[in-house]
Design a protein around this ligand. Sequence first.
Ligand SMILES: [Zn+2]
Length: 165
Amino acid sequence: MPGTGRVAMIQAFANTPGASPGADQLGTQEEAAAWLRTAGLLPAEARLSNSEHAALLRLRESMRDVLAAHTAGREDVSAAARLTRALADGRLVLTVDPASAVQLASAARASYPNLVAVVAIAVAGSAASGAWLRFKSCSAANCGQAFYDDSGSAAARHCSAHAGD
Ligand SMILES: [Zn+2]
C-alpha cells in the first residue's frame, strides 16, 4: 500500500500549508519545529534556524510545484531544479556495511540536513517503487491538496474530496 509510511510522510509535509491563509503548520520557526518533531523528523531538543526555516519552506514549495507538474503531466524545469537544490541539503551518501548491504544516508550530523535526507530518501524510495509520479496535487480551484493517485489509469487530477469535478 503506497499510501503509507514514507509516501504518507511526504504527503503530510506537502499538505502543511493547510486549507486557509493562517493555517500554515510550518508558518513560524516554532510551528515548523513542532510539526517536524511530531512527524519524527526533528529531535526533541533541536531547533530550526531562520535560514533552515526558509530552506524548509523552499523545499515544500518546490515539492508542491513538482506534484502539480505530475498532475498536469508536464515537465517543470524550474520546479525540478529547485527541488534538486533543496534536497541537496540532505547531503545523501550511499553507505556499504560489512555484509555489503547498501543504504542511502546523510553525510551530515546536524538535525536539518538529516531531516532533509529523510525526505530525499523517501522520494527516492517512492520513485523506485513507481509511486513518485502518482504523487500529485489536486488541480481543483483553491485546493492543491497533495494526494496519491491509485487509479488504474494514473490520470487522476483531483483529491478524493474533488473526485467528481
Ligand atoms: Zn481537492
